[in-house]
Design a protein around this ligand. Structure first.
Ligand SMILES: C[S@@+](CC[C@H](N)C(=O)[O-])C[C@H]1O[C@@H](n2cnc3c(N)ncnc32)[C@H](O)[C@@H]1O
Length: 200
């Protein structure tokens, strides 16, 4: 696994994808019913565009950098508002050079009743993702092939992610990065925490 998204974060493709994701999440959270967000290829979660990796490619300059330099107006501003608001909130809270990957956007645009399952195979990126999300009890970071996760966790509910049967099935393949529930504690490589805590 050679690919590292830190080199490409905030590029034009990220902007397009993340703007769309933000609008989808705003739409899906209009109803009170909880949702489960499954990110099959999660990445790190938050990227530092002033860091070495982003600096080497300079790709962000052609993506989010263009929006920073020339903020959209009119219809474009309205369409991009959920995405731009989430980017602005992250920067205000954590640092002006940061850029939210899809997990951070999903965290920002979902509610307490929602659950997020983030799949990442790269060990370093998974560790960074687990660290970035560890205070959020709604999030589970999983070492599992994202394509396998689709079969294991979809549909959510009785036979999907969060059900005891799916947790038992998927835990044979998945190595949960840890449980976020205080009462459960964290296990990184031992028995999957999800089997004890109910599926985060
Ligand atoms: C394009 S990046 C992620 C970008 C992220 N979704 C975002 O929008 O901010 C793809 C990530 O998927 C991981 N990856 C690649 N193949 C995978 C697979 N089969 N299952 C899970 N993760 C995978 C890579 O390590 C990389 O971090």
């Amino acid at each position: 696994m050679n690919y590292r998204h830190a080199f490409h974060a905030g590029n034009f493709a990220d902007v397009f994808k993340h703007a769309l994701l933000a609008r989808i999440l705003v739409h899906l959270t209009k109803k009170d019913a909880p949702l489960r967000y499954l990110d099959t290829h999660a990445g790190v979660g938050v990227y530092d565009l002033s860091g070495d990796a982003a600096g080497r490619t300079g790709e962000a300059a052609g993506g989010v950098g263009r929006l920073d330099a020339e903020p959209p107006t009119g219809e474009a501003a309205a369409l991009l508002a959920p995405y731009l608001d989430a980017v602005a909130r992250l920067r205000a809270a954590q640092g002006a050079s940061l850029y939210p990957g899809s997990p951070a956007l999903a965290q920002a645009l979902t509610r307490p009743q929602d659950r997020l399952t983030l799949c990442e195979l790269h060990p370093q990126d998974r560790a960074a993702l687990a660290a970035a999300t560890e205070r959020d009890a709604r999030v589970g970071v999983v070492e599992i092939d994202g394509y396998t996760a689709l079969g294991a966790y979809v549909p959510p509910g009785r036979s999907g992610a969060g059900s005891s049967s799916s947790i038992r099935r998927s835990s044979r393949r998945a190595n949960w990065s840890g449980c976020r529930r205080r009462s459960c504690g964290r296990t990184a490589n031992g028995r999957p925490a999800a089997m004890r805590c109910g599926g985060r």
